[in-house]
Design a binder for this molecule. Structure first.
Ligand SMILES: [Zn+2]
Length: 283
């Protein structure tokens, strides 16, 4: 640094500016920036690991992975999204994309299970009367619980989407006998997308209705039940199926313990615990 010159006539030279004082705010900002860069590198590595864990292959993360991580982080900060209280029966032909379930966005883990390609379902091909009967039947299945069944596009993001129509092959599933598909992990899957392949049941409202009840209940965490009168059953039907208020073993062709380890499941009580009872309507 040079010594200040003595005052001289004429315009006063400007003293040299003092070295800028680095404020704490700036220092903190710098630290945060560095930390963010470090985090970004860390997230990149973590994403590849997550990808490896999820798909079994080492691949660079995609935009979809980033969106998923963002959702995971948001979920950790805000808590899990609320239990969906709207079941949307969608009769329209539509294309759904692979991803974690988001009914409003039309992304589906069931589609993702078949690969990265988007899939188009043809929609309901039964009559208008059959559709009305179907909606009435599904409403009756869920009548005891605090949930709305509608065929109108919901305004809330928190809903279960039921893509009604078509056959398993439309979404790449080879087994032509499959009547429906849903994501399942033994807990509530927020914003789930489930499928009811109405064409495999010739658009018969009762059969499709029972399929929808089962698939939606899977999204609410319910397992298959070893009870022929229950809508969660794979057994030969013994009459019309519904959610039965009875403890029964889980299982498909034979009894087994339920997902989560319980010896039995009561589908009616379980849905009641998840959704709560339908509030009494005021006249
Ligand atoms: Zn099932």
């Amino acid at each position: 640094m040079t010594a200040p010159r003595p005052a001289a006539p004429g315009p006063r030279p400007r003293p040299p500016a003092p070295p800028p004082r680095r404020s704490w705010a700036r220092r903190i900002a710098a630290i945060v920036t560095v930390a963010l860069v470090a985090v970004a590198i860390g997230v990149g590595v973590a994403l590849v690991i997550v990808k490896r864990v999820r798909t079994g292959e080492w691949r660079a993360p995609t935009v979809g992975d980033l969106a998923e991580i963002k959702r995971d982080v948001a979920q950790r900060l805000d808590g899990p999204p609320p239990v969906p209280r709207v079941i949307f029966l969608d009769p329209r032909p539509r294309t759904l994309t692979a991803g974690s379930d988001d009914a409003a966005a039309g992304t589906s883990s069931v589609i993702a299970h078949q690969g990265d390609a988007p899939r188009t379902v043809p929609g309901w091909k039964g009559s208008a009367k059959q559709w009305r009967d179907l909606v009435t039947c599904v409403r009756a299945q869920f009548a005891a619980f605090d949930v709305e069944v509608t065929d109108q596009l919901p305004t809330t993001r928190e809903h279960v989407l039921v893509a009604v129509g078509g056959r398993p092959k439309d979404i790449g599933v080879k087994d032509a006998q499959v009547a429906g598909l849903a994501p399942f992990n033994g807990e509530v899957i927020p914003r789930a997308v489930v499928f009811a392949f109405a064409a495999t049941q010739s658009h018969q409202p009762r059969g499709v209705c029972e399929t929808i009840a089962m698939e939606v209940a899977h999204a609410y965490g319910l397992d298959h039940e070893y009870l022929c009168s229950d809508v969660m059953s794979y057994l030969k039907p013994c009459g019309k199926r519904r959610f039965v208020d009875k403890d029964a073993p889980c299982g498909e062709k034979k009894a087994r313990a339920c997902a989560g380890g319980a010896a039995t499941q009561n589908s009616f009580r379980r849905l009641l615990a998840v959704l709560g009872p339908r509030p009494a309507t005021t006249p």
